[in-house]
Each structure stands twice: as structure tokens, then as C-alpha cells.
Design a protein around this ligand. Structure first.
Ligand SMILES: NC(=O)c1ccc[n+]([C@@H]2O[C@H](COP(=O)([O-])OP(=O)(O)OC[C@H]3O[C@@H](n4cnc5c(N)ncnc54)[C@H](O)[C@@H]3O)[C@@H](O)[C@H]2O)c1
Length: 433
């Protein structure tokens, strides 16, 4: 089939590359000429494990190309995917749908008569109706149909998630679009990836409900972690003890500094606003948003307390800046709350992240960026672990101890064992232990 991805960011690019790898002909479109130039040169503008190799092999096989010219890409396309951003709208927390509606207008002006337009971006309930209205207004006689197909991939594991999804949700109102979507996902269906066909509005809500539930699970274990600290219990054992129950499941039960990233913060907020407007408020999720925001802010105080009540004039070494490992994505990363708060309290910060430092630089002024994990530590008054990159899990603890001025370690991801750290003479502070 011939597919077009409008928007070649995380989701558009990963989806485009994986669809091409299934054997479809894919054109990835972006309005950012710099991005398209880099992609054409074989360079992946984001860090996503395995994406460069898969992209290059599909370009070589002639199944994948990049352009800024939607009209040219749309010629003969069976389906055009909208994979543009839906950030939080300034001021009110709603999803900003400007990019989606602009893309819908552009698609309407160039799409063939029976193209299926697929919204892959995360969009509030009813967006598909508006996309359809926009297209009908510009192309009243066409048979273009509009489908919702939310994406559930995780950055850092995106290719595997895309190729082996737990489910593929398709919100479609017509027979033709259903057939086209089944054909697009046939290679995955053969891989046992179940297709879940629902109404378009239901599909749009499933995406928000899934993200809100996961954000709630993280927030739950974070609150349990706070309770553990007060009552002398171990949150990792609590997580294991409840996670082995199949009804609960062990994933998303890692206590930490609060969720961040490109999806959970904006999607929880957007769901809250949608629900309030529909007079069916999601009080649980409203609280999740509030608790998580407060938690990210509280983390700096935890570090200050670990440093004896003040970080003024102290040098703090920070390992990890991205919102999670295996990505360079800094969107809503906890480090963006924690580090400026420490600076405000008078700390000097030296930080290292294996992949995100280029993204982090403009967002974190006044911070020194180190060349490696060990470079970061020399003469620091404390070490803070903010992101749990694998490369930080097995550092030479004796070397760390020698490098630090004071042996204080604040491990916001619980990647080290407190007993071992204490035995080695560290003043060690994890989360919920
Ligand atoms: N990042 C994730 O892990 C993830 C996972 C699931 C769903 N989503 C959702 O997918 C959507 C896209 O997210 P992302 O992280 O890929 O965003 P992104 O910001 O990385 O990429 C969006 C791209 O769209 C391009 N663009 C915008 N308008 C365009 C237009 N009219 N024509 C061509 N290109 C255009 C931008 O230049 C940009 O390159 C969002 O709704 C997001 O919530 C993201």
C-alpha cells in the first residue's frame, strides 16, 4: 500500500519506518525543511535505539522517502496519517489542535478521492469529527474518510512496541476505511497483534484513558514511596508484593521523581479539561496531575535536605537529564524542575546524560555539561541520579566515593541498593526506602 505520514517527529518517523519495514511504500512529510534534509542524508534527528539502521535499510530498499511536498507525496496514497504534535495549549491545559487542523486542511486540498485520513496524533474526543468537517467543507464531493488510530509506542522501545503492540486500536465509521486499515496492519495481525475496532470517538478516548491510567499507577506508587519513608517500609518490596498480583501487574510501579515526558503530563491535563467540559469530571486524574506537579517540585528539597539543609555554594553532580532512559527527549523531564530549583538555592550544577545534552543545553542555562559520568563527579558535594540509564547502574562505586567531596548520593530512581551503599560509607537517599 502507499502510505503518507504527515509529521516526521517521534511518532511519524517511527511509524513510517516500521510501516516501510512491513513492505508498504511510505513517504514521510514534514514542514521543517532542515529535518527533511537530515533525513534524506540518512541522519535520524532523534535518538531512538535501532531506528537509524532500520530507516537506512528501508530507504535503500526504495520503500521509504522524505519530502516537504505533501501534494507530491499524496499522489496515489491509500492512506495519509496525521502524526503532528498536540502540545498543551497555553493558558487552559487543553490540547492545542492547530497543527492537526492545519494538516487536515492541507490534506484536503491534495488527497485523492477515496483516501483514508488517519489521525495518529493523540487528540481529544471529537477531533475526528472536526477533521472530517474541515475536509468535507473543502472537498464536499470526495469520499475521503477519517479514522482514529492512536499510537501507544514508548520512546526508547518504540520499534519493538510498534512491531509487537499489545493491541492496535482503530476507530472507524465506514467499511472502506476499515478494510484499508486491516490491510495496512495485516503484517502485524499475522504477528498476533489484535486489532480492536471501535467507534472513532471511543478510539480517541481509549488513548487518553490508557495514559491517564498509567500516570495514575505511577503516582500511586510514588505516594506509597512517601508513606514508606515515614513508616520505615521499602517501596520496591511493596511494588513487588502488589505487582505479582495479576490483577495489578508489575509494570509502572517504579517510584521516582514524578512522571514527565512528551505524553503523560499533557495528556492527563487534556483529559481533565475534556471531562470538566463534558460535566463528567475525572477527579482521580485531577488529583494525579496535582500530586505529580507538586512531587517534581518537592524533589529539589529532598536533595537540599540530604545535603544538610543547604546547597548554597555547593557543587551538585547530576546523572541523567532526559525524562527516561534510551531517549534524548527532554519534554517535561523532572530535571527541568529539579535543576533550576537547586540553582535557585545557590547550587552549582554539573550534569551528564548519554544522549540528551544537546536538547538540554538551551533549556538549562547556567549548567556545566560533563563529558562522561565520572567527569561529572570530581569535587562534587553530592551526586544525584535523575534518569536510570543502564550505563549508570553499574558505575564503580569506589571510584565515585573517591571523586566526591562528600559521599552523599540521592538516587531518585532507586538503581542502587541502600544496604550496599551504606556499607560502602555513602550517605544514601533513595525513594521510598
Ligand atoms: N512521542 C511519543 O512517545 C508519542 C507516543 C504516542 C503518541 N504520541 C502523539 O503523537 C503526536 C506526535 O508526537 P511526536 O512526539 O511525534 O511530535 P513531534 O513534535 O516530535 O513531531 C511532530 C512533527 O510534525 C511536524 N509538523 C507539524 N505540522 C505539520 C504539517 N502541517 N505538515 C507536516 N509536518 C508537520 C513538525 O515539524 C514535527 O516534526 C502527538 O499527538 C503525541 O501526543 C507521541
Amino acid at each position: 500500500m502507499r502510505l503518507v505520514m504527515v509529521g516526521s517527529g517521534y511518532v511519524g518517523l517511527v511509524s513510517g519506518v516500521c510501516f516501510a519495514d512491513f513492505g508498504h511504500d511510505v513517504v514521510c512529510v514534514d514542514k521543517d525543511p532542515g529535518k527533511i534534509e537530515r533525513l534524506r542524508a540518512g541522519e535520524v534527528p532523534i535518538f531512538e535505539p535501532g531506528l537509524d539502521v532500520l530507516m537506512q535499510s528501508n530507504v535503500k530498499a526504495g520503500r521509504l522517502s522524505f519530502t516537504t511536498d505533501l501534494a507530491e507525496a499524496a499522489r496515489g496514497a491509500d492512506a495519509i496519517f496525521i502524526a503532528v504534535g498536540t502540545p498543551t495549549r497555553r493558558g487552559d491545559g487543553h490540547a492545542d489542535l492547530t497543527y492537526v487542523y492545519d494538516a487536515a486542511r492541507e490534506i484536503a486540498s491534495v488527497a485523492a478521492d477515496d483516501t483514508v485520513v488517519v489521525t495518529k496524533s493523540t487528540v481529544p474526543v471529537g477531533t475526528g469529527d472536526e477533521v472530517e468537517r474541515i475536509i468535507r467543507e473543502l472537498r464536499p464531493d470526495s469520499r475521503i474518510s477519517v479514522v482514529s488510530n492512536p499510537e501507544f509506542l514508548r520512546e526508547g522501545a518504540a520499534i519493538d512496541d510498534f512491531k509487537r503492540p499489545d493491541r492496535i486500536v482503530i476507530g472507524s465509521e465506514g467499511e472502506h476505511s476499515r478494510k484499508v486499515m486491516s490491510e495496512i496492519y495485516r503484517p502485524l495481525f499475522i504477528n498476533q497483534g489484535p486489532l480492536v475496532f471501535v467507534s472513532r470517538r471511543t478510539s480517541e478516548l481509549i488513548k487518553y484513558a490508557a495514559n491517564a491510567f498509567l500516570a495514575m499507577k505511577i503516582t500511586f506508587i510514588n505516594e506509597m514511596a512517601d508513606l514508606c519513608e515515614k513508616v520505615g517500609a521499602e517501596v520496591q518490596d511493596v511494588a513487588r508484593g502488589i505487582g505479582l498480583d495479576n490483577r495489578i501487574g508489575s509494570k509502572f510501579l517504579h517510584a521516582g521523581p514524578g512522571y514527565g515526558g512528551s505524553c503523560f503530563p499533557k495528556d492527563t491535563l487534556a483529559l481533565v479539561r475534556t471531562a470538566q467540559e463534558a460535566h463528567a469530571p475525572t477527579r482521580l486524574i485531577e488529583t494525579v496531575v496535582e500530586v505529580n506537579d507538586a512531587r517534581k517540585k518537592k524533589m529539589a528539597q529532598k536533595i537540599i535536605d540530604a545535603c544538610g539543609g543547604s546547597v548554597s555554594g555547593k557543587r551538585i553532580a547530576v546523572l541523567g537529564l532526559a525524562f527516561k532512559p534510551n531517549t534524548d527527549d527532554m519534554r517535561d523531564a523532572p530535571s527541568l524542575d529539579i535543576l533550576p530549583a537547586l540553582q535557585k538555592a545557590g547550587a552549582e550544577i554539573v550534569a551528564y546524560d548519554p544522549e540528551s545534552m544537546d536538547q538540554a543545553r538551551p533549556l538549562l542555562p547556567g549548567i556545566t555539561f560533563a563529558e562522561s559520568a565520572y567527569d561529572c563527579l570530581g569535587g562534587a558535594d553530592a551526586l544525584v541520579i535523575v534518569t536510570e540509564w543502564n550505563a549508570f547502574r553499574a558505575l564503580d562505586l569506589k571510584r565515585i566515593k573517591l571523586a566526591l567531596k562528600a559521599p552523599i548520593v540521592v538516587d531518585l530512581r532507586n538503581i542502587y541498593r541502600s544496604a550496599e551503599m551504606k556499607q560502602l560509607g555513602f550517605a544514601y537517599y533513595g525513594i521510598g526506602r
